[in-house]
Design a protein around this ligand. Structure first.
Ligand code: PA5
Length: 464
């Protein structure tokens, strides 16, 4: 993969907006200190995802497990949320044909169908359980902490459904937990009931965990080449050690996005792949960037209330929607496009008697149109003075996706240093969790004094 970043600079835009080219030297000069901070923090046990390029044994173990299980079941049901679901959704849509579950057994090469439940919306869960045959399902419950309310609730519903259909003893054979290696409620249940359990490395945070058993097991079950995913990740990791910023793609990407925000107020970071198959990747990026960088305090505990706002978009669809805002709205955005050079393509057929306004499309391919739209939009944004960058992928395969995922994780890790925040915690989501626990009656979580769940004074409600 390559990063095309010239259009972040004023000299490639309208001359007035964008980063002034000489200021790249500031970033280049500061980068060795950024690298050194990452290295220092790695020594102290942070940045655990750097170890994911070297997982031969884990990958072999998962392969073996998947090969055994893969024969026995024809539907994989994944239960998880946030970092325990978004990564696998990305792998599924990027690396398997669209509408995977609708394909015949033969077209799926006899790999199972897959459903990823990432919410507690009763409608989605009820519909999934009506559709899936409990005798033929393998359920992978994924929670690093093992105590996330949504995943626990999903599990209890699914477990009762399995028990009822198969009996509790047989149900156990349809389950695997992916959780902390030693602690947490799921680990405890696995040990007590003899449920298969895979380990999430404790040093790897949830949103950085797709290339651990969190994503690797379901991916292997549906026939994704997990060795090649890791191989791609290794390439991104190798490149990320280069001290020269302009030779370090993840370092440079993080530096430019940070500079756009810090120096020019471009705090909306749009992720816009030009393919439906990376729509879920954009959602995964949103979580990674937002939860890692949106922080109230810096590393020293000083209030900063910082963090870019990531925004997902999809080309060409959003050219008829959000792009109007990106072109003419406030100068507060950077648009990252992702294009794929080689794709399975469809030729637009010739058809007699077409009006001139349509006839020009004949003989081209849909892929050509998509990529022409990407280039045209990048050029148009530039002419309007809008910073943009393009990630160029040669094709969508496991190696390229492994590299893309690791590239973004590395960029996020570097961005933590540029922004001066800890990219691996998420203290801001804790209060909401505690209030939910209180509302649901979890022992030890009483309603917190000054905080009320009911915002309405008489008169503060509208509607019938
Ligand atoms: O990135 C994170 O840490 C979070 O988004 C978690 O992935 C999410 O909260 C789910 O947590 P868990 O895997 O512990 O159930």
């Amino acid at each position: 993969m390559r990063l095309s970043y010239g259009r972040m600079f004023a000299d490639k835009l309208d001359g007035q907006h964008g980063i002034s080219r000489p200021r790249l030297a500031d970033l280049v000069q500061r980068f060795p200190a950024v690298l050194a901070e990452v290295e220092g923090r790695r020594q102290q046990g942070e940045y655990g995802f750097y170890g994911l390029g070297d997982q031969g044994e884990v990958v072999r173990g998962i392969r073996k497990f998947a090969d055994g299980v893969g024969q026995a079941y024809d539907h994989v049901l994944v239960l998880g949320i946030g970092g325990s679901a978004l990564g696998m959704k990305t792998l599924l849509s990027a690396l398997k044909p669209p509408a995977w579950n609708e394909l015949s057994d033969e077209a799926r090469e006899y790999f199972p169908r897959i459903t990823i439940l990432e919410n507690v919306d009763p409608a989605s869960i009820a519909a999934a359980l009506q559709r899936i045959d409990p005798r033929r399902v393998f359920v992978n419950v994924i929670s690093k902490s093992g105590g996330t309310a949504e995943t626990a609730a999903q599990y209890l519903v699914v477990r009762a459904w399995l028990d009822q259909a198969l009996g509790p003893d047989a149900a156990v054979r349809h389950l695997a937990f992916t959780t902390d290696p030693t602690k947490g409620p799921l680990r405890e249940l696995a040990t007590r009931e003899g449920i298969a359990a895979l380990a999430v490395p404790p040093e790897v945070g949830g949103r950085f965990s797709v290339l651990t058993p969190v994503g690797l097991l379901p991916a292997a079950l549906i026939g994704i080449d997990i060795e090649r995913l890791i191989q791609g990740a290794r390439r991104a990791l190798d490149e990320a050690t280069r001290p020269e910023l302009t030779k370090n793609p993840a370092g440079l990407y993080s530096a430019l996005l940070w500079a756009a925000d810090a120096w020019l107020g471009a705090r909306v970071h749009v992720m816009m792949p030009y393919t439906d198959r990376l729509r879920d990747f954009a959602a995964w990026f949103v979580q990674l960037w937002a939860e890692s960088l949106g922080k109230r305090s810096d590393r020293r505990g000083q209030p900063i209330f910082s963090g870019p706002t990531p925004l997902p978009a999809v080309g060409a669809t959003d050219q008829h929607s959000q792009v109007q805002l990106f072109m003419e709205g406030p100068f507060d955005k950077v648009v990252t496009m992702v294009r794929v050079d080689e794709m399975e393509d469809v030729r637009i057929p010739h058809r007699g008697g077409l009006p001139e306004e349509l006839a020009y499309l004949q003989g081209h391919t849909l892929g050509e149109l998509l990529n022409a739209e990407q280039e045209a939009t990048a050029a148009a944004l530039s002419r309007m003075g809008r910073m943009n960058a393009t990630i160029e992928l040669p094709r969508l395969d496991a190696e390229v996706i492994g590299e893309l995922i690791m590239f973004m994780q590395l960029a996020t890790g570097f961005a933590g240093v540029w922004y001066g925040v800890n990219p691996f915690d998420q203290p801001g989501v804790e209060l909401g969790k505690r209030l939910t626990f209180a509302a649901m009656g979890r022992p030890g979580f009483s309603r917190e004094g000054s905080i009320t769940l009911d915002p309405s004074l008489p008169g503060d409600l509208v509607g019938s």
